[in-house]
Design a protein around this ligand. Structure first.
Ligand code: ZN
Length: 314
């Protein structure tokens, strides 16, 4: 099994201590930043390379070794900055191509057809991202709350084509953890194996019955709001994870910290920052599960082995 990281192709077995959702440099494009959703709020401007490095250093000190940076072009991906960060840090980063959400898309996504989008995204996996040495290892797509916008549907079809060409897995932004079943229906109808699909933000909708029906079909799910107590307590996340483990889906779970605001990071003077996952949450989860007889090894398997299955070329 092979995984395409920012720098090079790696054996999947060399990937470990993994955070399945982070953002290092991100900034909504100016037309979007002005809209009421963002209201020019400086909190959304993750622009500082030195602070990103400081966060990655904290991540390394906590035991983290590899991670997915889930920032797409439509949410202000900055390949030049990421290239410098990749040179300065030892963390093995996987980068994404594709798009985040329909509401973030500029006119170019409306103008391009399925073929053109698919070629653009395949090129970022196979050759490189916007004249840098970086490569994308994952094709990201997204859906709106409780429905799929027509422009999202078109881009999803392009992502399916790019996946068939490159074998890179498909990661899916869900809004409030909805539409995963419908996405799998669409994927299966188009000949895509659910084992190549990873859903983000499952813990925005901590309905274990719902997510079991998704993992049962073979897809991976990411519990990535860890450290964001405004979206749910850590105990509720631990209980959600326990439900999935006891139902036999421990190999389908990924963990991440989807921090995308200055106020999530220590390096910007707030917290909890990228050290949190391995320093605080993983020990907490291990002791939570231990009270019900689930071994610490299961948690280690989730952060070490599951990403290899999820993010390898299919
Ligand atoms: Zn994110």
């Amino acid at each position: 099994m092979e995984i395409i990281t920012a720098r090079k192709k790696m054996n999947a077995s060399d990937i470990k201590m993994f955070n399945a959702h982070m953002h290092l440099i991100a900034m909504p494009p100016s037309w979007l930043y002005k809209t009421p959703t963002f209201n020019n709020d400086i909190d959304y401007a993750l622009t500082d390379e030195d602070r990103a490095i400081a966060e990655l250093d904290a991540y390394t000190r906590s035991g983290g070794e590899s991670a997915l940076d889930a920032t797409c072009r439509d949410y202000g991906r900055n390949p030049e900055a990421i290239e410098k960060i990749v040179k300065r840090s030892n963390v093995n980063l996987i980068l994404v191509t594709g798009f985040n959400r329909g509401i973030y898309l500029d006119s170019s996504y409306y103008e391009k057809n399925v073929n053109e989008l698919s070629e653009l995204w395949s090129e970022e996996v196979e050759k490189g991202i916007e004249n840098t040495s970086l490569r994308a290892g994952v094709i990201k797509v997204g859906m709106d709350y409780m429905h799929i916008m027509p422009v999202e549907k078109k881009c999803i079809m392009a992502a399916f084509e790019a996946h068939k060409k490159t074998r890179a897995p498909i990661a899916v932004h869900t809004t409030v953890g909805t539409m995963a079943s419908e996405f799998l229906d669409l994927a299966e109808k188009n000949g895509i194996d659910p084992g190549a699909i990873i859903f983000f933000h499952a813990d925005r909708n901590m309905d274990s019955f719902y997510w079991k029906s998704v993992t049962e079909r073979g897809a991976f799910i990411t519990i990535d709001q860890i450290g964001k107590i405004n979206y749910g307590t850590e105990s509720s996340r631990a209980k959600f994870i326990e439900d999935l483990i006891t139902s036999g889906f421990e190999n389908k779970i990924l963990l991440g910290t989807d921090f995308a605001r200055r106020s999530n990071f220590e390096a910007y003077g707030y917290g909890p920052g990228l050290g949190y996952l391995f320093e605080k949450f993983v020990p907490f989860l291990s002791s939570f599960l231990a009270t019900d007889g689930i071994q610490k090894e299961t948690v280690l398997k989730i952060v070490n082995e599951n990403p290899r299955g999820a993010f390898s070329l299919k």
